[in-house]
Design a protein around this ligand. Structure first.
Ligand code: ADP
Ligand code: ADP
Length: 235
């Protein structure tokens, strides 16, 4: 089964910030994300990229159509199952407090040493941590200081990996990362995408170029989905 399928999904916010809204955020959106690989989600601001993630996490029920996870209708799955299948990479540095280990096991305090080591390896943090005198038990300073921006980002990714999700959701930072850091993060996402479906809201062209497929959101619909060569050929 594909990791995620949207079949003709319709969704309108009925409460909250700009409610009552009459314009649907999604108006018949259909696409499919395979169980492995990197999918880039692109679209103008307000197109519904964040909402799309939140529907995959079942924050809200859809108004029409169906969202499937691993072939199963999300509406029929227990919420715990959905939470187990979908991992959102929280990248708020302010949430980084305490030791590296505490940050990693934040959502999985029961995670064993092997699982922690594996997540650290996958996120490319093993050499970084090996160089620290206290290793995994190194205290991070305020807002994760003590690690570089890219290292903090990979720590957030490793934390999500520990949940062993079938689908990893990541909203790429708009903040500037230098070229080396950007490459490191991309390498990590590529590696992870051999294990699970990685869906990234792409703010950088390099991520779009790197992606196995691209979902273009615009006007409530998915305008195109495919590899970037296909998309370019279409114009
Ligand atoms: P993107 O992530 O692509 O910028 P969003 O999913 O954040 O788009 O938003 C899609 C549309 O839904 C926008 O018009 C936004 O203002 C609106 N919106 C987002 N969140 C809410 C909410 N909680 N309540 C009402 N409207 C919302
Ligand atoms: P903002 O930048 O809009 O003030 P945050 O910095 O808290 O919000 O989060 C960045 C973006 O990630 C926001 O658009 C928010 O809606 C989204 N977000 C936060 N948590 C989740 C989540 N668990 N799943 C999907 N999107 C999320």
């Amino acid at each position: 089964h594909p990791a995620v399928e949207f079949h003709n999904v319709r969704f309108t916010y009925r409460r909250g910030r700009q409610a009552p809204r009459t314009t649907p955020v999604l108006d018949g959106a259909s696409f499919s994300v395979p169980a492995r690989g990197l999918t880039a989600v692109v679209g103008p601001s307000g197109a519904g990229k964040t909402t799309l993630f939140q529907l995959i996490e079942r924050f809200y029920p859809v108004d029409g159509g169906r969202v499937l996870l691993g072939g199963r209708d999300i509406a029929t799955l227990p919420l715990d199952t959905v939470r187990g299948l979908v991992g959102y990479v929280q990248q708020d540095s302010a949430a980084l407090r305490g030791t590296i280990r505490e940050n990693l096991t934040y959502a999985r305090p029961d995670a064993d040493e092997d699982a922690v080591r594996e997540a650290v390896e996958m996120a490319g943090l093993a050499p970084v941590i090996a160089r620290l005198p206290d290793g995994l038990d190194t205290e991070l300073g305020d807002q994760g200081s003590g690690l570089s921006g890219g290292q903090r980002q990979r720590l957030c990714i490793a934390r999500t990996l520990l949940q062993r999700p079938a689908v990893m959701l990541l909203d790429e930072a708009t903040s500037h990362l230098d070229a080396d850091t950007e490459r490191e993060v991309r390498d990590v996402l590529r590696r992870i995408s051999r294990r699970c479906a990685v869906i990234a809201v792409a703010h950088r062209i390099s991520t779009v170029i790197d992606a196995d497929r691209i979902v273009v959101l615009d006007g409530g619909r998915v305008r195109a989905t495919g590899v970037h060569q296909d998309l370019m050929a279409r114009d």
